[in-house]
Design a protein around this ligand. Structure first.
Ligand code: AHG
Ligand code: MN
Ligand code: MN
Length: 336
C-alpha cells in the first residue's frame, strides 16, 4: 500500500475552506458538486463508444462550431448539478450564448460558475483525452439574481479554478489560491483521491513546447522567431533541447505542461488575431492554476489574469506554462 494517506477531494476542500475564515460552506459545496458532475461525465466519456453518445448533436454552438453529443451531455450534467443548489447567482458556459440565470424557483447564491463543459471536442470520437474546465467568481452586483457584471470580472478575481482531464485515468486538478492539487478518480469506490499534492511546474529540461504548427504561415515574425529559438535554429544560447507535443485538447496539453514543464501556445495570427481560446472559461482558469504552480500565463503582452473581459465568449491569444518561457515568448513577440 502506498505510504500516502487517503484523502478524498471532499475532505481536502473542507480543509481548504478552513483557511478562508469568512467561508460559509457554499464555496466548498460548489467544488464538491463539480466533483460529482465530473464523475457523471467521466462515466459517460468512458462508455462513449458503447452508447449512442459519439458523433455530432446536429447543431452549431455560439462559436459556430459543430456541437458533439458529449458536449451537450456534459453541459446538461453541469447545469443540472448546479442550478438548484442555491450557491450560484448565474453561470457562463461555452455552449450557451448568454449568461445562464438560476431559475426563479430556486434560491440564488453568492457565486458565479463559468465553465467549458467539454474541452477538446474534436478529439471525442478518436478516444483522445478531453476535459472540463471551471472557474468560480464571487458575485459583485447588488441585485439578488446574477447579471452580466458578475460574469465579466478579470481572472485575478477568481476564488477557485480547476479542470478535469478524462484520460488514461480521470483527474480533477484545482486551486483556491493555496497551491494546486490533483485528485485521481478511483472508479471502484467512486471517489477522487489526492494523488498530486502541491503541483509545481518543473523548470528543468526535458521540456515540451506545444503549438499547432500547421498555422506557422499565419504567425507574426516574433512568434516564428520564438519557435525557431525553441528548435535551436537561431543558434542563440538557451535554444534547442525541446520536444514538440500537441494533443489538440487544451486540458490535456496543459496537464502535461503542468506536470512535465514547458510551454503551451495558442497565438493570435493573421486569420484570427485574438486566437481561438476563450478568456473566461479556458484561459483565465488555467492561468490561475499556472500561477499557483509557479508558472505564468500571458496573452503575449500581459498577464491573462489582468485582462478586463468585455464579452462572455471573447477570445485571447494564450502562452501558458513555465514562467521563464512565457516571459521569453513575450520578449520575442515584442521584437517581432
Ligand atoms: P473546445 O472543444 O472546448 O471547443 O476546445 C477546443 C480547443 C482546445 O481544446 C484546443 O487547444 C484547441 O481547440 C485546438 O485547436 P486547433 O485544432 O485549432 O489546434
Ligand atoms: Mn475548450
Ligand atoms: Mn468545449
Amino acid at each position: 500500500m502506498a505510504d500516502t494517506h487517503i484523502v478524498t477531494i471532499e475532505r481536502h476542500i473542507i480543509e481548504e475552506e478552513r483557511r478562508h475564515p469568512g467561508a460559509r460552506g457554499a464555496f466548498s459545496n460548489i467544488l464538491s458538486d463539480i466533483a460529482l458532475a465530473a464523475k457523471v461525465i467521466s462515466r459517460q466519456v468512458n462508455m462513449a463508444g458503447l452508447v449512442d453518445i459519439l458523433g455530432r448533436a446536429g447543431h452549431r454552438n455560439v462559436q459556430g462550431e459543430a456541437v458533439q453529443k458529449l458536449d451537450v451531455f456534459a453541459q446538461d450534467v453541469m447545469y443540472r448539478a448546479m442550478d438548484h443548489t442555491g450557491h450560484l447567482c448565474c453561470m457562463v458556459s461555452e455552449e450557451v450564448e448568454d449568461f445562464i440565470p438560476i431559475p426563479d424557483k430556486f434560491p440564488a447564491g453568492g457565486y458565479v460558475l463559468l465553465f467549458d463543459p467539454l474541452d477538446g471536442s474534436s478529439n471525442i470520437d478518436v478516444n483522445v483525452s478531453i476535459g472540463t474546465i471551471f472557474s468560480i467568481l464571487k458575485k459583485v452586483s447588488p441585485e439578488e439574481r446574477g447579471s452580466l457584471e458578475d460574469c465579466l470580472q478579470p481572472g485575478r478575481r477568481q476564488l477557485a479554478a480547476g479542470y478535469v482531464v478524462y484520460g488514461s485515468s480521470t483527474m480533477l486538478v484545482y486551486t483556491t489560491g493555496n497551491g494546486v492539487h490533483g485528485f485521481t478518480l478511483d472508479p471502484s469506490i467512486g471517489e477522487f483521491l489526492l494523488s498530486h499534492e502541491n503541483i509545481r511546474i518543473p523548470e528543468a529540461p526535458p521540456r515540451f513546447y506545444s503549438v499547432n504548427e500547421a498555422y506557422e504561415e499565419r504567425w507574426s515574425p516574433g512568434m516564428r522567431a520564438f519557435v525557431d529559438h525553441l528548435k535551436g535554429r537561431d543558434g542563440s544560447d538557451g535554444g534547442g533541447g525541446f520536444s514538440s507535443r500537441y494533443i489538440g485538447s487544451l486540458v490535456a496539453d496543459f496537464h502535461r505542461t503542468l506536470l512535465r514543464g514547458g510551454i503551451f501556445m495558442y497565438p493570435g495570427d493573421s486569420r484570427n488575431p485574438e486566437g481561438k481560446l476563450r478568456l473566461l472559461y479556458e484561459a483565465s482558469p488555467l492561468a490561475f492554476i499556472a500561477e499557483q504552480a509557479g508558472g505564468r500565463a500571458s496573452d503575449g503582452r500581459r498577464d491573462i489574469l489582468e485582462v478586463e473581459p468585455a464579452g462572455l465568449h471573447q477570445r485571447t491569444p494564450l502562452f501558458l506554462g513555465a514562467a521563464e518561457l512565457v516571459t521569453m515568448a513575450e520578449r520575442f513577440l515584442a521584437e517581432g
